[in-house]
Design a binder for this molecule. Structure first.
Ligand SMILES: [Cu+2]
Length: 156
């Protein structure tokens, strides 16, 4: 089983974003508040969170993403296994059924930005392209924001 840097990401995962919401719509798809956290220098990975709504009549699948800031973007799911937060790749992509919203958020689904080319810094806006089956590719921007410590109460 592959899991990566679970301790680091757990430490990064303890909070919610501080900035106001922003959203993107295209066809039946709305992506609300894409955001990520600043990364310390030398950190090889970053995260990506957002909620994705499918207002159409057909299911869609998030099959991938890319950004000029990372060599590769994977779709992961975090879960607690024997007291340790672990991440596993989401095989086949992340389904967003017709009429539903799926949240990418701490302790759950997230994008993993792998092999960052430079640290993500607070206040930056990072371009990100989402690829779907059943919908057009979509350009969004990740707001890099310092988390607030209120989100433990938002744990699923
Ligand atoms: Cu991950």
């Amino acid at each position: 089983m592959k899991y990566c840097l679970s301790v680091l990401v757990l430490a990064l995962a303890l909070a919610a974003p501080a900035t106001s919401a922003h959203d993107y719509s295209q066809g039946a798809v709305t992506v609300d508040h894409p955001w990520s956290r600043p990364t310390p220098p030398g950190t090889p990975v970053g995260v990506g969170y957002m909620s994705i709504s499918n207002t159409g009549g057909n299911d869609i699948v998030l099959v991938g993403a890319r950004t000029p800031r990372a060599d590769r973007v994977s779709i992961h799911k975090s879960s607690m296994q024997e007291g340790v937060m672990r991440m596993t790749p989401v095989k086949g992509g992340l389904a967003i059924p017709a009429g539903e919203t799926v949240e990418l958020k701490p302790y759950s689904y997230h994008l993993m930005l792998e092999k960052l080319k430079s640290p993500l810094q607070e206040g930056e806006v990072i371009p990100l392209t989402l690829s779907f089956e059943g919908a057009e590719d979509m350009e969004v921007e990740l707001n890099i924001t310092q988390p607030r410590p209120r989100s433990l109460s938002r744990m699923p």
